[in-house]
Design a protein around this ligand. Structure first.
Ligand code: RB5
Length: 144
């Protein structure tokens, strides 16, 4: 299952991605915020990341205005590796090399259809492991 969350700047893009999840029969959980609501991106980050840490969700998508605030907040949570991406290469390689479990977007940065391309490659790219596993382990050590 994929969890998706956003602040008020990210609602429209989140809705677009949710429609794509539905069309592609991808199991998802939308933790908000929702149309007409205002919410702070650290709250949205925590609500979504809690679902990953509990094991209920496998990966997450987070959206704010820039993608930066929500990624900074998400990366404070132990076990979360969140990458703010606006290009295909980064969205692919943050899976291959960093085993990122959260993809962040800036709704004011990226177009709707580009975001879908990035979600697709992020969800369908496996971690390469090997020499990268040791580096991801080093990131985990920083959390201690
Ligand atoms: C909200 O207006 C905006 O500050 C927020 O979405 C985000 O861009 C912060 O990083």
């Amino acid at each position: 299952m994929i969890v998706i969350g956003n602040d008020h700047a990210g609602t429209a893009l989140k809705n677009h991605i949710v429609e794509w999840f539905k069309a592609n029969k991808i199991d998802y959980l939308d933790v908000g915020c929702f149309e007409g609501e205002k919410c702070d991106y650290p709250v949205a980050a925590k609500n979504a990341c809690d679902e990953i840490i509990s094991g209920k969700a496998e990966k997450g998508i987070l959206i704010c205005g820039t993608g930066i605030g929500i990624s900074i907040a998400a990366n404070k949570i132990k076990g979360i590796r969140a990458a703010a991406c606006s290009d295909y290469y980064s969205a692919k390689y943050t899976r291959l090399h960093n085993d990122a479990n959260v993809l962040c977007f800036g709704a004011r940065v990226i177009g709707d259809e580009s975001a879908i391309e990035l979600v697709n490659v992020f969800l369908n790219t496996e971690f390469e492991g090997g020499r990268h596993a040791a580096r991801v382990q080093m990131i985990s050590e920083l959390e201690k």
